[in-house]
Design a protein around this ligand. Structure first.
Ligand code: PEP
Ligand code: MG
Length: 325
């Protein structure tokens, strides 16, 4: 099967009914980069910048950050890379940042919250990214956004860095795309404001699932208790893709869900046209979508999600569809 997937590397990810799907991979270190051409991914949909911080015993210096991002972009050789600003805290531990013990680290001082409280740290990272992407395209996204106001605050800092860079005569990125991750349920009631504010939205389904179902993603005792292919979560995801269509804002998803062919199939049925996954999943997911009639699946899936009296799992319905086709 590995051989079979390898043979698909150069095959365009187009569904049987002619929809071009963007298959992106997740990455975080330079050792991940060769996987881009090995997997045939269209680009990097999630670059976890905190990895450089997690493997270091001290804070990476501004120049180290900049060199690192530049190497990533060079090795990506023109394929798009979406850099996520630091997502420290929660399950992502960085020793030199754990000042206080927290009772609920997942709900604590982390990600964009930490970055906004340490603007020097965030500005250093933004500057490093802007400089590394001078003359090319920079795609940036923010983790764990709870309120649209947080995005505006980062945009202000970004603007300052842009001015700073041009003042000192460095080359700016040719194009800048600014996005937010959708991981906190409160954003579900700010979808239109959110989409007005950003160029794209990326669903972090690992955290969005954790927070919507109130199950710790790292606690095996509860993490498998509810199904990502259950009705509540799929309805949430459908609301997001519908808001994306309404606002003409590109929506993508970069959690574990995108890595499994059956749940990836569900995502396409819900309207996602871009998903980002672990590199080893690109082959299996591509094999799935080449034979998929998305419109036919959407009909079936929407019918199931609109039926509020049925309690059969959507997983069975999806598995049945996959088997039949
Ligand atoms: C997610 O939460 O789904 C996600 C992609 O981010 P991470 O797994 O790094 O928290
Ligand atoms: Mg997350």
């Amino acid at each position: 099967r590995q051989e079979q997937f390898r043979a698909l590397r150069a095959v365009e990810p187009v569904t049987r009914d002619g929809k071009r799907i963007n298959l992106m991979m997740n990455a975080g270190l330079l050792v991940d980069l060769p996987q881009l051409s090995e997997s045939g991914a269209d680009g990097i949909g999630l670059f976890r910048t905190e990895l450089q911080f997690m493997i270091s015993s001290t804070m990476p210096k501004a120049q180290e950050q900049e060199d690192f991002y530049r190497s990533v972009l060079r090795q990506a050789a023109g394929r798009p890379v979406t850099f996520r600003t630091l997502d420290i805290g929660g399950d992502k531990v960085v020793s030199y940042f754990r000042a206080h013990e927290e009772e609920n680290p997942a709900l604590g001082w982390r990600a964009i919250r930490l970055s906004l409280d340490r603007p020097g740290l965030l500005r250093t990272q933004l500057r490093a990214l802007l400089r590394a992407a001078g003359g090319t395209e920079l795609k940036l996204m923010l983790p764990m956004v709870t309120e649209v106001e947080e995005i505006r605050a980062v945009r202000d800092l970004l603007q300052k860095e842009v001015q700073h860079i041009s003042k000192f005569g460095y080359e700016l990125p040719r194009k800048l795309q600014f996005g937010a991750m959708l991981e906190v349920p409160a954003l579900l009631w700010q979808l239109d404001e959110l989409m007005e504010e950003v160029d794209f939205v990326s669903v972090g389904s690992n955290d969005l699932f954790q927070f919507s179902m109130a199950v710790d993603r790292g606690n095996a005792r509860v993490s498998d208790r509810f199904d990502v292919l259950g009705r509540p979560f799929l309805r949430i995801l459908r609301d997001i893709t519908r808001a994306g269509e309404r606002n003409q804002t590109p929506v993508t998803l970069c959690g574990e869900m995108a890595s499994k062919p059956l749940s990836a199939m569900a995502l396409l049925g819900l309207g996602f046209r871009s998903i980002s996954m672990s590199p080893t999943s690109i082959g299996p997911v591509k094999a799935m979508l080449l034979g998929l009639d998305v419109d036919q699946l959407s009909l079936l899936l929407n019918e199931a999600l609109d039926d509020y009296r049925s309690h059969t799992s959507v997983r069975e319905i999806l598995a049945g569809f996959a088997q039949e086709h």
